[in-house]
Design a protein around this ligand. Structure first.
Ligand code: X2X
Length: 341
């Protein structure tokens, strides 16, 4: 009897104390992380850095492999949230743009000419609106670990310098396949063509489109956009934050200790990535534009008067999408930005 009792206690001890400690034994050999762009861009490198920090911090217990170039969704970038929610991608370093067809509130960041500068953006993502978005994502199956950045999207083209809305007339512009981008370009008199990023670069090369819009340091300089386009308009028309995320169930499967390592790694990797892509874009150090000029591009900075014209031209798009996003969230963001000035 005594022996049996001891055995019984030992079994209870194993089940309640030892097994949970060994939870890592149940971890997968590999966790998949989705990124829309290639691994050489700062965005892809941010994901690699995160994977490295997690591997180091967990002593190799959590092994994340980055799948760049939209590989996990066969090139269709707007499917990323769906495959993340299903658990095909355990982690993502994702643009709000690509998820905005699945989560309408994320169109907040796509509102034309809404975010004036980085200060306004940081106040929004770092404040109550950022928390609202994190809660929203959580309810849809995904945990937001940190904000990174693709950046303000500036338009380049091969036809002519664009300083005012009138210059956009008839211009064939590649955009991501999300309705608000199509509507914004149409409101400006342009002719938008939606295309996945994987196909876009070939389209630029072949001159299938006249132009495109993407952030300067994060995308346009690394892909050497000057090979295809001579003109760039710095108009800050749309901001493109990145979200470093993990599927809720996957996150819950990790020990509390490993969850803490993951959170810390996400904050560090995304802060580093954000610093890289903002470099050279903020006065007085505007060196990124010199790189474009050195490579033969003509840089047009949109002045305040022209910005007002762009805002007016797209005001119907803004009003319509404000309703879709939710007026409360949009107004909260606007109030946050006003208070941050
Ligand atoms: O497709 C784009 O333009 C890109 C790479 O910036 C996004 O994924 C939003």
């Amino acid at each position: 009897m005594k022996r049996n009792a001891k055995l019984y206690l030992a079994m209870i001890f194993m089940a309640t104390v030892l097994l949970p400690l060994c939870a890592s034994a149940e971890y997968k050999d590999e966790y998949k992380m989705s990124v829309v762009v290639g691994s050489k861009l700062p965005w892809g490198q941010g994901a690699e850095r995160f994977a490295e920090l997690v591997r180091e911090g967990t002593g190799g217990r959590i092994n994340i492999k980055v799948y760049p170039s939209s590989a996990l969704m066969a090139g269709k970038q707007t499917n990323e949230f769906l495959i993340h929610r299903q658990g095909v991608a355990d982690f993502c370093f994702a643009s709000t743009i690509n998820w905005s067809t699945s989560i309408k509130e994320l169109n907040l960041f796509n509102l034309p000419f809404f975010f004036p500068d980085y200060k306004a953006l940081d106040a929004v993502t770092g404040g109550a609106v950022g928390e609202d978005i994190a809660a929203l994502l959580k309810g849809k199956g995904v945990t937001l670990l940190a904000w990174g950045e693709n950046g303000f999207r500036e338009m380049t083209n091969s036809k002519r310098a664009v300083a005012t809305p009138a210059d956009m007339e008839g211009m064939k512009i590649r955009v991501v396949g999300t309705p608000i981008f199509i509507e914004t370009m149409q409101a400006l008199g342009a002719n938008p063509v939606n295309m996945n990023w994987g196909d876009a670069q070939v389209a630029f090369q072949q001159g299938v489109v006249d132009g495109q819009e993407n952030p300067v340091v994060a995308i346009e300089i690394p892909v050497k956009i000057w090979q295809f386009h001579k003109y760039i308009t710095v108009w800050h028309y749309v901001i493109d934050p990145l979200m470093l995320t993990v599927n809720n169930e996957v996150f819950a499967s990790f020990s509390a200790e490993d969850q803490a390592v993951i959170k810390k790694a996400a904050l560090k990797a995304s802060a580093e990535q954000l610093e890289v892509v903002r470099k050279g874009l903020i006065a007085p150090d505007l060196s990124a534009f010199d790189i474009l000029k050195e490579n033969g591009m003509e840089v047009t900075f949109v002045d305040e008067a022209a910005r007002q014209q762009f805002i007016e031209k797209t005001s119907a798009v803004t009003s319509k999408w404000k309703e879709t996003i939710g007026p409360e969230l949009v107004e909260k963001a606007a109030a946050t930005m006003a208070a941050s000035k």
